[in-house]
Structures are given as C-alpha cells and as structure tokens.
Design a protein around this ligand. Structure first.
Ligand code: NDP
Length: 277
C-alpha cells in the first residue's frame, strides 16, 4: 500500500490562516526584519518568499540589503539598531554570509527575544533543557508534519540522518523532548541502513539526492524528507520518493513538504515574539 502524503503546503496554509486571525485581534502590527548581505540570487528569492508570506498574514516586513564587503563590525552595529526598534519583533539574517563574516558572531548579536529563526544560542540552549520557546523553523515544521500523521511521537524510535545545528540536531532534541528514543546519524555513521531500517520516524536532512532507498526504510515508517537538491532546475529530496512511498506509512513530498512549513514557522515565531508568548 502506498504511503499517506504529509502535505506541507496545505498545512502551512492552515497555519497562515490561524496567524491572520490572531493578527486581527492585535492592537499593533508584528514586524519582521530580514538582513541580506550581498546579492546571492537564491537568498534574494528566499527573502522574496518570506516577504510575500508576511504580506499574506498582514505583518510588516522590511529587507535590509547590505553590501557583500560590509565589515562584521558594521553588520553587528546594524543588527543592534534593529534590536532596539520597538516596531521590529523578529530579526533574521539570511544565510549564507560572505566568508569574512563569522556566522556565530552575527547570530549571537540578535537578541533572543527577537530571534525569529530560533538559532541564537540562548534559544537553542532552552531547547536543550526542554524549555522550548522560539525553536528553529525547519525542525518545528517537521514536528508539525509528524503530528499531522496522527501518530504519537512518545515511545517511537526516531532516527535523524544529518546533525547540522540548523536541522538535524535541533529536530532530534525536539523529538527527545516529546519522549521519542532518538538516534543521530551522520557522515561517519558506520552502518547507516542498520540504523534507518529501525526507524519508526525517519528524518533525513543531508543534502544528497535520493540517498535513502526503500530498503533502508522500515515498513509503515513516517519519513520526513528535508533535502532540497537542485537537479536540472527541479528540487529533488534526499529520499527516493517513488520507491519509499511504497514502503513507508507516511511521507513528505519535495517540494510541498518541509519547505512550506519552514516558511510558516518563521511567521509563527515572529508572532510569538511579537506577543511575547
Ligand atoms: P548540512 O550540510 O549543514 O548538514 C548535512 C548533514 O548531513 C551533516 O550532519 C552531514 O554529516 C550529514 N551527511 C552528509 N552526507 C551524509 C551521508 N552520506 N550519510 C549520512 N549523513 C550524511 O546541511 P543542512 O542540515 O543545512 O541541510 C540538509 C538538507 O536539507 C539540504 O539539502 C538543505 O538544502 C535542506 N534544507 C531544507 C530546508 C527546508 O526548508 N526544506 C531547510 C534547511 C535545509 P557530518 O555532520 O558528519 O558532516
């Protein structure tokens, strides 16, 4: 039997409708500031999507485009100015940054109370001690997609393939906080299939086109494909979708799975920060 599709686009639409309703009841407009350093075309496109999302939920959004050769000090001063603005509730710095800028120093500068991406060490630290506040967008979206399956997370064996601070590591912590038993896999894992085939919940975030085959998946598993690999102008996931969907119980498509939920969670984080929740 074919797996049930976990439709991220549809779920994201529902999230946005809920946010729009919440914004109507507010006496102010939530504001998101996006900082772009340089003019990487992919970043420009992602930012355009974020702005469009903000419009849909009636947030104020502004983009601060700074030159690629800006010094780290000047960039930090710019972010500090945004930290001080009362009309800006969420700040995010679009990655990647030019090589001469230390990413961590920039993320550290964003006040935890305005950290729309949930990547400031304070917010990640709170996640570590199971005091989830603002959590990173992609992992939060993944949890919502797993919940959409209607299956309980508690007691399940979750396997995260990939351990980046952006996706793999925090999603593993979020699953652990929800009482899953979590295994992390990465490029040095000795026998990857032995781990993945025991997963009730399999989260794959490695950036390798169709790396996960049907043989690596436990029948009935929930498979979350985070990967976005650009092949001949198309976005392809880290999972062999056609084959794996014949084995899995639930699966996210690429595109239309994790991607739209990542964007929706950015809006949710901004609202959370705006209302001080
Ligand atoms: P990173 O490159 O930061 O991390 C990749 C991880 O995969 C690393 O932990 C690496 O291991 C691991 N890995 C690489 N090769 C293998 C392998 N052969 N076997 C097992 N593990 C491996 O990537 P990100 O986490 O930032 O992103 C992962 C993917 O998700 C990308 O395709 C990215 O485009 C996509 N993405 C999608 C988002 C969305 O909204 N849909 C959001 C963010 C990312 P090690 O640590 O040992 O090097």
């Amino acid at each position: 039997m074919s797996a049930e599709l976990l439709n991220g686009s549809r779920l994201a639409q529902r999230v946005r409708s809920r946010i729009r309703r919440s914004v109507k009841d507010l006496k102010f407009t939530p504001g998101l500031a996006v900082v772009q350093v340089g003019d990487d075309p992919a970043s420009t496109l992602y930012i355009k999507h974020k702005q469009r999302d903000c419009e849909k939920v009636h947030f104020h959004s502004e983009v601060h485009r700074l030159p690629a050769d800006i010094s780290q000090e000047t960039l930090i001063v710019h972010i500090e100015a945004l930290n001080g603005r009362v009309d800006i509730h969420g700040i995010l710095v679009q990655m990647p940054l030019p090589a001469h800028i230390e990413k961590e120093a920039v993320i550290d500068t964003i006040m935890p109370e305005k950290d729309a991406d949930g990547l400031n060490p304070v917010n990640l630290g709170n996640l570590l001690i199971n005091r989830e506040g603002v959590t990173p967008c992609t992992p939060t979206g993944i949890i919502r997609l797993i919940e959409l399956s209607g299956k309980k997370i508690e007691g399940k064996h979750a396997v995260c393939v990939g351990r980046s601070p952006l996706v793999g590591k925090p999603v593993g912590l979020m699953l652990l906080n929800r009482n899953a038993t979590v295994t992390y896999c990465h490029s040095r894992t000795a026998d990857l299939p032995a781990a993945t085939e025991r997963a009730d919940i399999l989260v794959v975030a490695i950036g390798k086109t169709e790396f996960i085959t049907a043989e690596m998946v436990k029948p009935g598993a929930i498979v979350i494909d985070v990967g976005i690999n650009h092949v001949n102008g198309r976005a392809i996931g880290d999972v062999q979708f056609a084959a794996v969907k014949e084995v899995a119980g639930f699966i996210t498509p690429v595109p239309g799975g994790v991607g739209p939920m990542t964007r929706a969670m950015l809006l949710e984080n901004t609202l959370k920060l705006a209302i001080g929740d």
